[in-house]
Design a protein around this ligand. Sequence first.
Ligand code: ADP
Ligand code: PEP
Ligand code: K
Ligand code: MG
Length: 526
Amino acid sequence: MQATQLLLEEPIRLASILEPSSPTAFSALTKIIGTLGPQSRDVETIEALLKAGMSVARFDFSWGNDAYHQETLENLKKAVRNTRRLCAVMLDTIGPELCVLNKEEHVIELQEGATVVLTADETRGASAEVLPLNYDGLASAVTKGDTIFLGQYLFTGSETTSVWLEVVETQGKDVVCTVKNTATLTGSLFTAHMSQVRIELPTLSEADLKTMATWGVKNQIDFVSLSYTRHPDDVRACREYLDKLGDLRQTQIFAKIENYEGLAHFDEILEEADGIILSRGNLGIDLPPEKVFLFQKVALQKCNAAGKASIVTRVVDSMVDSPRPTRAEATDVANAVLDGTDGIMLGAETLRGLYPVETITTIRKICAEAEKVFNQAVYFKRTIKAVREPMQHLESIASSAVRAASKVRASVIVVFTSSGRCARLIAKYRPTMPVLCVVIPRLTTNHLKWSFTGAFQARQCLAVRGLFPMLADPRHSSDSASTTNESILKVALDHGKAAGIVKAHDRIVVCQKVGDSSVVKIIELD
Ligand SMILES: Nc1ncnc2c1ncn2[C@@H]1O[C@H](COP(=O)(O)OP(=O)(O)O)[C@@H](O)[C@H]1O
Ligand SMILES: C=C(OP(=O)(O)O)C(=O)O
Ligand SMILES: [K+]
Ligand SMILES: [Mg+2]
């Protein structure tokens, strides 16, 4: 990356860096996804998370049962009503995850040099001598000298609660290992990870299929976060399954890239998926540490060029038990924004950390600072150059809207959309101002009943950098007559004013259809 990635005043006055940032009424353009769990599931905390800037809530089915997650979701709905802040729901699958259950939650002390057996016999309890694994194919997948990582679910990098094991020998389906570092394992679930070893388990487990068909349908989930996506077929299979689940045909699939195999098939996976999650927790174990940054930069650039959402995980591990991130973590968040990410995902920090709200606030502030120096002009040029000509008409309109908005220094871009397609194309060019997406419901039928689309599409904007959705009154549905357009625009601008992003005398760029043609309008408010 060149220095042109940054937009700094010339000559750079270091003192200006210390000037307080002017408070922005809206949260950062970069989206924040929080995982809800024990430390973040009561209505009050969720309200605080929403106000702090969380716009997507992740429900991780690797732990907890349906009822537990349902209770959390009911609380989220209350919090959304109370705060009047939209939040999308993301179901995160279990996938082919290797784990050790510690049902009794014994504290397990592992001493360096000791021997421990990973057994396929799941009926045995976990102890310092035996760790029961949910997979009986490990012994045939490893050889002497291989290393296995084991840690508390959503481990953090700095803990002594994760352990490296070295394979000594296999005995039937059991694997005998030497403990490489002294560690204390606490909690009810540990995940095991072996670098670059194929786990012969399906990407969607039986439990995942069931959860999507029950919990997922009931709650109209906006996103599936497809854990351990290794091949484009994984995404296709998930798509086919969702398409058969009624309204979930509208659910978007975000493929989680968390191992070498997913990385090797990245381009094909990106083609099939609606978005990508760079699951750096697991990926950081699968890849040599010195390669992680490069994967991030290349993968984000590919997502950006495809105009698909990207999310980076595991950013401020230390905030699990500290109110401030480390310098390295804070810098890393800013760099992810400069690299072009759409969103930042928090795991352990909001799920079981002591400072869930502070974490979201910290992330939002770092993102907002980074966005101020994001060199949009350079990004715009690079993005437009990468598009083959002749350009699709809608993309030409969308990029023109962004260009016009920069040139006239518009305070917002307003885009009318039903599918969200035009809004995403605008976001692709990373405008520096918020994009107010007016989602117009569309009446559709599945030959059994009529219903309106729009709710999914509006909430799905909440994972895309810069997009701020509002759902229009269904009575205006897909009628682009100019009188209807004018009245919806007025509602949108009133909404923008109430949110503090639109003021008197502002210039606004509007992207909408007038008759049959898509147009870009510039309006100046009185
Ligand atoms: N109900 C509407 N009224 C006015 N313009 C609209 C409406 N819906 C979409 N547009 C405009 O139509 C064009 C196509 O946008 P797109 O998002 O692809 O629409 P759709 O949701 O119909 O797929 C864009 O210029 C968009 O701003
Ligand atoms: C988010 C991650 O995965 P998990 O679903 O295991 O938390 C990760 O590995 O970064
Ligand atoms: K998971
Ligand atoms: Mg993971």
